[in-house]
Design a protein around this ligand. Structure first.
Ligand SMILES: CC(C)(COP(=O)(O)OP(=O)(O)OC[C@H]1O[C@@H](n2cnc3c(N)ncnc32)[C@H](O)[C@@H]1OP(=O)(O)O)[C@@H](O)C(=O)NCCC(=O)NCCS
Length: 184
């Protein structure tokens, strides 16, 4: 739970909402997974339902819900392996720009660094994905690498930028309140 959000398991009742925002061309432009039909969203949720808890080296997807009415407004996934966690987040267009990704990731980082003892979190992003690049920087993450045309993505060689953050850096940021409070 955060001030405005609830992060929990995806349910079959979420399939339509998940499909609607995940299939949106703006939302899925730089995303590896884009469902072509509602059935794909249903299958995705079914596959995730088999995982009650995160398993090493497997992606674990959580629902991001409005805290009050429980409506699905996005999802956040992470993959823990050898003390590190990669993550990705997606929000429905109607709720973007309100600081909700920041709020959800703050909760996720707290849990990964605190409860799970993770040493480093990282994310991979297409540099043309300006909102995502800005969000990762605003969270206090460090741009660590820019690989030129290192991924073959939908038939095109694209760049890949890696952002990282260490547990001790997160603790410093949290102590200063940076990366948590909204700036706009
Ligand atoms: C990237 C994404 C999750 C951001 O979600 P969001 O809820 O709109 O982000 P927030 O409102 O929490 O913004 C956090 C910070 O990111 C930056 N930011 C987010 N969107 C921005 C935009 N469109 N333009 C400029 N800066 C932006 C800002 O610095 C912002 O902090 P501020 O509000 O204090 O200025 C959202 O745009 C999205 O779902 N995109 C499509 C999916 C995707 O590409 N995901 C990849 C994520 S790794």
């Amino acid at each position: 739970m955060t001030a405005r959000l609830r992060l929990d398991a995806l349910r079959q009742g979420d399939a339509e909402a998940l499909f609607r925002y995940r299939a949106d061309p703006e939302v899925c432009r730089y995303q590896g997974w884009r469902p072509a039909a509602l059935a794909e969203a249903e299958r995705f949720i079914e596959d995730q339902s088999a995982l009650a808890e995160p398993v090493q080296a497997q992606w674990f997807q959580r629902a991001i819900r409005d805290r009050v009415d429980g409506v699905l407004i996005g999802d956040v996934g992470f993959c823990m392996a050898d003390g590190q966690a990669e993550f990705g987040i997606t929000l429905a267009p109607a709720v973007q720009g309100k600081g909700l990704a920041r709020e959800a990731l703050h909760a996720l980082f707290g849990w990964l660094f605190g409860g799970q003892g993770i040493h480093r979190v990282h994310a991979s992003v297409d540099p043309r994905n300006a909102p995502s690049m800005a969000m990762l920087q605003a969270l206090g993450m460090r741009k660590e690498a820019h690989f030129r045309e290192s991924l073959l993505f939908r038939g095109e060689w694209v760049d890949d930028v890696v952002f990282g953050l260490l547990a001790r850096e997160w603790a410093d940021l949290a102590a200063k309140g940076a990366g948590i409070a909204a700036s706009r």
